[in-house]
Design a binder for this molecule. Sequence first.
Ligand code: ZN
Ligand code: ZN
Length: 320
Amino acid sequence: MQIIPISLPTPFYIGPVNVYLIREDPITLIDTGPKTKEAHEALRAALRAERLRVADIRRIVLTHAHEDHCGLSRTLRDEAKDAEILVHPWETGHRAGRLEYEGTRALLVRAGLPEEEIEAMRKLYESVRVYADGLAKDEHGELADDEELMFATGSLRVVHTPGHTPGSCSLVREANRTIIAGDCVLKRITPNPLLAVDPVDSSKRYPSLAEYLVSLARLRSYAPTLVYGGHGEAVTDFEELFNRYLQSIRERQKDVIRLVTKEGATAWEIALEMFPQATDVHRFLAVSEAIAHLDLAHSEGKIAVELKGEREIYLKARSN
Ligand SMILES: [Zn+2]
Ligand SMILES: [Zn+2]
């Protein structure tokens, strides 16, 4: 089985996105690129080079539902006369619109964001969501952890690898220990578990970083020789990347704990201290990063948290 990487342009800060073509029956595209003319045209050209047309695609598998990865799925499905779209059920929140979702708003309030900041994030999100079509529940099938996607000469195993988003999935080719990992593994970027509503209990925050660490360990258990990420080059030394990620998580946690004062601070205050220069979407990434590390430190008993009105205040642990 041949996995063919295709790089597509995106209008986002992160740069081009990688999608993957499996050129055997049923012809499958893993991720689609954003809904832009440029990405659509680049994909067409890449398929042409493989002597294929969009109409030949029978199956579209989404590693997760961020606009740069899923944006063209409906367009391609329609053009390919009802190719099947598969995505993990926990991506529904993203698909329906991250910040529209009342739950996400509640999480931002709890994190201590002022009203105007939440409004700015909503506006920004509105400008990003035009790069993807929403999909109704009956317009896609579901990816299940551990299921095998069958092809003419082999299979890919679906491994649920939450963290970046709750429904992120990786696809593992066990025969040669090759993995397509979406945004779970990126060569030049440190991991970014994003703030998300818990898909099982929408009154809760998803423990993104704790789950992300489990996902990394799970991928490592396959002893991968090649990992294709959602952006940038493939990773050939997963062990080195795994250790680098763990080290950067440990260092970040120390920084975050240091910023928790005696009087206490909200996640937003800590995020601004960590990333004073952050603008636009980077402010959402900043608060996501702060919360991810605060949650992990709290679950490990290293800091305390108290609810004050609607806001959570992080405090030094009593034993410190
Ligand atoms: Zn993503
Ligand atoms: Zn991405």
